[in-house]
Design a protein around this ligand. Structure first.
Ligand code: F6P
Length: 321
């Protein structure tokens, strides 16, 4: 049996650990693994390499992905998905394992339903926005990166009595903002899943300011009011006496050595994907819920976007007095 393997969409720390787990657990089951470069692009271009146990040596600790990744525009077209299927068959690939996020799984779902290709997904995205897994690979590392950066910002914010508006990643999801915001003791957290009432925020900031020397506002990039710059402008317009600064953390959130949590999760899920293929599963994502490996249809994983935890939002607000 031959498995094709890709990493697709935005890279996430822990993708390499997952590649290693897929390759080594496949070899353990006498299955060969072919890694295609740059996600679906590599399948369309027949750009692949046969992987062995040593080709994934010394990568468990490395960020990024040795298979490289891409957001393939060509894969949006049905005729290209057919071409991908033909390429996979020509190269004797029996099953494809896709490590990626919701965009990659949308492609995976179509490939499997349109062509009958066996496709199994592993959640690899810093956004943690997939239904059917408690955490996605890369999320833990990303929030630790945010926490490390904002702790440093807090030091200087306190010294200068400043307000900092910090923008974190999350085009459609506020999970990074919410967890890291709680961890740094942010005075306010703005997420795309809830409406931002700017008046409410400004009033709260005034009371926070009265009792504290520094204020940190964490804004997910997809917040409905706008990005950190827009929020900072609104604060400056209302309170001319506040010294307001903006920091956009950007792509540092996607890099770095994966945390122990991400390495272990990636190892479980990579091995779980090979097991799922052996069990004849297809059209599913392998997730981890309550410490158990579960199988979730792509349809559900993508559409039933994981809900933001209202209790965590309340907790953050209560603790930031
Ligand atoms: O999907 C992960 C993610 O990091 C989002 O949070 C972010 O909005 C996006 O990728 C950025 O993507 P790119 O690197 O393609 O600009």
């Amino acid at each position: 049996m031959n498995i094709g393997l890709i990493t697709s969409g935005g890279d996430a720390p822990g993708m390499n650990a997952c590649v290693r787990a897929v390759v080594r657990s496949a070899i353990n089951n006498d299955i060969s693994v072919y890694g295609f470069y740059r996600g679906y692009e590599g399948i369309l271009d027949n750009d692949f390499v046969k992987m062995d146990a040593s080709s994934v040596g010394q990568i468990i600790q490395r960020g990024g992905t040795i298979l490289k990744t891409a957001r393939s525009k060509r894969f949006f077209e049905a005729e290209n998905r057919k071409l991908a299927f033909e390429n996979l068959k020509k190269n004797n690939i029996d099953a494809l394992v896709v490590i990626g996020g919701d965009g990659s799984f949308t492609g995976a779902k179509l490939l499997s339903s349109e062509t009958g290709m066996v496709v199994v997904g592993v959640p690899g995205t810093i956004d943690n926005d997939l239904y059917g897994t408690d955490f996605t690979i890369g999320y833990d590392t990303a929030i630790n990166t945010v926490v490390e950066a904002v702790d440093k910002i807090r030091d200087t914010a306190m010294s200068h009595d400043r307000v900092f508006v910090v923008e974190v990643m999350g085009r459609d999801a506020g999970f990074i903002a919410l967890r890291s915001g709680i961890a740094v003791g942010a005075e306010a957290i703005l997420v795309p899943e809830t409406t931002t009432y700017i008046e409410h925020l400004l009033e709260r900031l005034q009371t926070r300011r009265e009792s504290k020397s520094s204020v940190i506002v964490i804004v997910a990039e997809g917040d409905d009011f706008g990005g950190a710059q827009d929020v900072a402008e609104a604060i400056k317009n209302r309170y001319a006496n506040f010294d307001v600064k903006v920091t956009k953390l950007g792509h540092i959130q996607r890099g770095g050595n994966p945390s122990a949590m991400d390495r272990v999760l990636a190892s479980f899920l990579g091995a779980g994907a090979v097991e799922a293929v052996l069990e004849g599963k297809s059209g599913i994502m392998v997730g981890m819920e309550h410490k158990k490996v579960v199988h979730v249809p792509f349809e559900k994983a993508i559409k039933h976007h994981q809900q933001i935890d209202g209790n965590l939002l309340k907790l953050a607000e209560m603790l930031s007095v």
